[in-house]
Design a binder for this molecule. Structure first.
Ligand code: FES
Length: 148
């Protein structure tokens, strides 16, 4: 036969449970606050070797997995960089050379080579990155996004 749990034991377990759930709640609340306030408004910089310029053909975007971006050299030699994530829910777009469009494999959004939306569900253009070439390095800078 089981011994009845004493009131003191129950009270102790309640306090332990409250502390445990409180600690878990604080952990998730801190993560949400950090995400909302500390990641917003930061400028993100991605750097890589300028050797990739030798691999590029004008008008054909080159995917750079490490900086997570597409780099495009126009026929006039200017460089355009686009984030490689879809603005719908963040999947990585793929370049379709036949259609000259970025296609998102997740829900079918399409973007032209400048990042403008050609087909939804995405409604915002692909984020453009500022490109600067410094001797042997290329620097891509993402400006902080405002509310959309
Ligand atoms: S994530 Fe690209 S269309 Fe949904």
């Amino acid at each position: 036969m089981r011994e009845p749990v004493s009131l003191d034991k129950r009270a102790f377990l309640k306090v332990v449970a409250l502390w445990l759930f409180g600690a878990i709640g604080m952990f998730f609340a801190w993560g949400a606050v950090r995400f909302a306030f500390f990641s917003a408004g930061k400028t993100r910089v991605r750097e890589f070797s300028s050797e990739v310029l030798h691999k590029m053909e004008p008008g054909v975007p080159l995917h750079l997995p490490e900086p997570a971006a597409w780099l495009l050299k126009n026929t006039d030699g200017t460089l355009v960089a686009l984030d490689d994530r879809c603005t719908h829910l963040g999947c990585r777009q793929k370049w379709n050379p036949d259609r000259k469009l970025f296609e998102c494999p997740c829900h079918g959004s399409e973007f032209d080579s400048e990042g403008s939306v050609k087909r939804g569900p995405a409604t915002r253009p692909i984020e453009k990155l500022t490109v600067s070439v410094e001797s042997d390095r290329i620097r891509l800078t993402a400006k902080p996004q405002g509310p959309s």
